[in-house]
Design a protein around this ligand. Sequence first.
Ligand code: HEM
Ligand SMILES: *[C@@H]1O[C@H](CO)[C@@H](O)[C@H](O)[C@H]1NC(C)=O
Ligand SMILES: *[C@@H]1O[C@H](CO)[C@@H](O)[C@H](O)[C@H]1NC(C)=O
Length: 481
Amino acid sequence: MTIDQVSWMFCVLAAMIAFIIFFKQKNIISCSKYKRILPPGDMGLPLIGETIEFFKAQRKNRLFDDFVQPRITKYGNIFKTRLLGSPTVVVNGAEANRFFLSNEFKLVISSWPSSSVQLMGIDSIMQKQGEQHRCLRGIIASCLNSSGLEALVPKICNTVQRHLDTHWQGQDRLSLYRSAKVLTFTVVFECLLGIKVEPGMLKTFERVLEGVFAPAIRFPGSRFSRAKKARQEIEKLLVKVVREKRKEIMEKGGNKEKEEVGMLLSQLVTGMIRGDVTEKEVIDNVVLLVFAAHDTTSFAIAMTFKMLAQHSDCYSLLLQEHVDIKKNNKRAGEILTLEEVKKIKYTWQVARESMRLFPPIFGSFRKAVADIQYQGFTIPRGWKVLWTAYGTHCNEEYFEDPLSFNPNRFEESIPPYVYLPFGGGPRVCAGYQLAKLNIIIFVHYVVTRYDWSLIYPNESITMDPLPFPSHGLPIKISPKL
Ligand code: HEM
Ligand SMILES: *[C@@H]1O[C@H](CO)[C@@H](O)[C@H](O)[C@H]1NC(C)=O
Ligand SMILES: *[C@@H]1O[C@H](CO)[C@@H](O)[C@H](O)[C@H]1NC(C)=O
């Protein structure tokens, strides 16, 4: 054989080997494609799938009992279904929570309905990933670090006291849920952002929020159209506020006033001047923060009071805690300090237990950005994943006697990814600290100043799709002497 022949044969051989390897690999791939096991479950009707069953259960606030639990019993902790046109895998349990929440950006990304995205704006933090997400979270977090919280406490105390003076004084009954909403709105705007609330603002914002989960169809008078219009009004107002703040900061130059430190709008606008943040990002995130804080904090407050009304032994303990704090508080205007708020431990246990049983956000949707292998199943790229707080909150494996109200269970620390009213992973609630202060401080001034009782002790909870007390939790109040 000549050298040429040898090299030719060598080439053929190499090509054959490559060919075999190629097909073997292709085989492996197609084999694994064939072997790909989807989670068990029923996809329901074409297109709509099981959406109707889901909404029916949701409306009655029986999403867990009527939708999730029966499917867990039938298929296990991971099951597939089809919701709102998308194939969806519902995942339950601490291990699944850890896997999906901590793999945000890598395997899954958060996935909101089109109306939410359009109304919050594509530049809100919930649409951001990677560096941009980190930057925005950093700005929010810098307002809620230890010095930020220290400055927030007296502001929230003043706001709560002013709220009680204007909305509670002279009344003998009121809607606690409504009151909590007005208060939360004011706390986010005036205490966190540093923007003065003008008359009519709350109404306009609430019109936006009403459209967040409505179908994204625009015809005159539809919820979504009204929300879109309200959003434009808000934009006009906020653009003015942002530009004024920009001018103010530019004029003041380097020496910002001390009271400005920690106000979120100033931080965002400062980021804008640095060139890290755009004007649209500032506006979209202000709208998002209101959305994130509004119904959630108000519902947590409402459920805390509902539980206190139904468990008088817990109420006595809680009341004692606040009477003790008040007794030792000699400050003008009865303003609390962060130090004191940190000592109000039992109240936070009560609030946490209320959120365990009534999570303001029961879970949220993610979208798989790659084929995901999890516990022997494949979740194909493009499918939705729904993690739920119910999957652990209502499971006796994690909480003994899960349906009973027992704040003492929070005396022990809870393992990670078991208790998640605030979510987890890189998208864990950015306003957790503010929500905590808001709830504790509101409870403090209400229970030390008023006797109160529920008008409908058995008031039901509805979801649309966020949960709320169906009559707004009306209460009877009388000032303490
Ligand atoms: C009791 C009250 C609250 C509850 C139960 C709550 C719950 C949650 C949950 C579960 C998430 C994660 C959603 C997901 O993973 O898709 C979240 C995210 C978020 N929350 Fe809260 N929240 C509350 C109050 C607040 C407040 C007062 C603020 C701010 C003023 C806030 C700001 C945010 C923001 C900005 C995010 C998005 C974080 C990100 O995408 O990185 N929340 N919240
Ligand atoms: C908290 O954040 C502010 C910016 O809002 C910063 O100036 C301050 O140094 C931070 N404080 C601590 C204790 O990290
Ligand atoms: C409320 O519920 C309790 C216990 O579940 C029951 O005893 C009571 O009769 C109910 N009251 C009303 C007004 O429905």
